[in-house]
Ligand binder design. Structure first.
Ligand SMILES: *Cc1c(COP(=O)(O)O)cnc(C)c1O
Length: 428
């Protein structure tokens, strides 16, 4: 690991130009230039794709054109006119997820959190059921799970993980899951549901979702996979989950205000009503509320359709670039970033340098508050990074700083962050 130094920042420099490095492959370089040129110049060094990535000008143009059509035709007619485009967006999104899903298996939501809460509240679980979870579960999801567990006496059990938080498949296979309400350990087959984020918000790791998905499918245990932080930056399409939830504004580079959920046909008819409304529920002959057929039972009605239109354009750009090329570029950038950032101003990178994930998290030097440093980086250095508060996830022992680059990021921008961290450490 690099020795922290405030006197020799040049040791960490990649190059002096915009060129992302001599060993860069030309295809990745073309991709970088194309994605960069597709966006307006930014007045900040934007290293927060995991929070909200930068949409392209074409995405903004698609939204503007749609808003014009809402004014011209009225918002309902505009949505009908945009129907085939919205259908195509749903088809593209499911094609990025597990096999065997089609456009009708996906519905838009307001956010990943809202989609997760709706899905989990609708999921039928008998009293005494067990949900397999991970310590890196997203804070809001964890609250939903805890509330769900209280409501019907369901218990939450942690899947075994290694010291970096990655699910330990070997231990799971060999020794199962430790469970407070059962003597010894139980097997995966004794769980009624498994839920985890493929990539957590607060750590640059990728869960072995395909391996867990295969095991869950073999044992007939449903898996709900949170792809809010993974879809658009890592491969999701081999995961075979029963349901997925995700969001527009992170790695997919869509606008805010759109999320989605996808549920496999075999699982959808088992769902209860989560939030009753005319968009999800009807009265039966005996005046009892019953869920609408299929995925409509999770329908939300009113929403900003424009954000779905923008997401559609963003997903089209991802598909046109070739998702696997995009994923490779992001992983490579993160590797370069970890190399540059580890030790800067005494901050330590928390991931393996080669973790195949676009998220970089940094442990502060003693006595340093990541929130204050995030604010100073933005105000004084025009560098945008994220401070992750400790309540984001159970597996955090303190707040951390997060940097996340996308295809449009120049690797030299990590140097700006490293220099900012060193300057602030020196200034203290
Ligand atoms: C951001 C995030 C969510 C929530 O997404 P929203 O669209 O903000 O509700 C869920 N899970 C993970 C892992 C996230 O990083």
């Amino acid at each position: 690991m690099a020795t922290p130094s405030i006197h020799q920042p040049s040791q960490r420099r990649l190059t002096d130009s915009d060129d992302p490095g001599p060993n860069d492959d030309p295809e990745q370089l073309r991709l970088f230039h194309r994605w960069r040129a597709a966006r307006s110049p930014s007045s900040v060094v934007h290293l927060d794709s995991a929070g909200a990535a930068r949409p392209s000008r074409a995405t903004i143009a698609a939204e503007t054109a749609y808003l014009e059509s809402e004014s011209e035709l009225g918002a309902y007619a505009a949505e009908v006119e945009a129907g085939s485009g919205l259908h195509a967006t749903r088809a593209r999104l499911v094609s990025l997820m597990g096999p065997g899903l089609d456009a009708d298996d996906l519905s838009f939501h307001h956010s990943a959190s809202a989609a997760f809460a709706t899905l989990l509240m609708a999921w039928r679980l008998p009293a005494g059921a067990r949900i397999g979870v991970v310590p890196s579960e997203y804070g809001s999801n964890m609250l939903v799970l805890a509330a769900r567990a209280l409501r019907t006496a369901v218990s939450l059990v942690d899947l075994p993980v290694d010291e970096t938080g990655v699910i330990d498949v070997e231990t799971l296979d060999r020794a199962g899951v430790a469970c407070a309400d059962a003597p010894g350990r139980i097997g995966l087959a004794d769980l009624d549901l498994v839920v985890f984020p493929q990539v957590p918000s607060q750590r640059g790791i990728v869960q072995p979702a395909a391996a867990i998905g295969a095991r869950c499918a073999a044992e007939g245990v449903p898996l709900v996979l949170d792809v809010a932080q993974s879809l658009g930056q890592v491969e999701v399409s081999q995961t075979a989950a029963s349901a997925y939830i995700g969001t527009s504004r992170k790695w997919l580079c869509g606008p805010r205000g759109a999320g989605f959920l996808a549920v496999r046909k075999g699982s959808v008819d088992l769902l209860d009503i989560a939030v009753p409304s005319l968009h999800s529920t009807r009265f039966d002959r005996n005046d009892r509320p019953v869920p609408l057929p299929g995925l409509a039972r999770l329908g939300i009605g009113e929403a900003a359709t424009v954000s779905r239109i923008g997401l559609g354009q963003a997903v089209t750009e991802l598909m046109d670039s070739g998702p696997s090329r995009v994923f490779a570029r992001i992983a490579r950038l993160a590797g370069q970033g970890r190399h540059l950032l580890d030790g800067a101003g005494g901050w330590r990178v928390r991931e393996d340098p080669d973790s195949p994930c676009g998220i970089i998290t940094m442990q502060p030097p003693p006595g340093t508050d990541p929130v204050a440093v995030r604010d100073r980086l933005y105000r004084e250095d025009r560098v945008l990074a994220s401070a992750i508060p400790v309540d984001r996830s159970r597996d955090l022992t303190g707040p951390v700083l997060r940097a996340s680059a996308h295809v449009y990021t120049d690797p030299a921008e990590f140097e700006r962050l490293a220099m900012g961290l060193e300057r602030i450490a020196y200034d203290r």
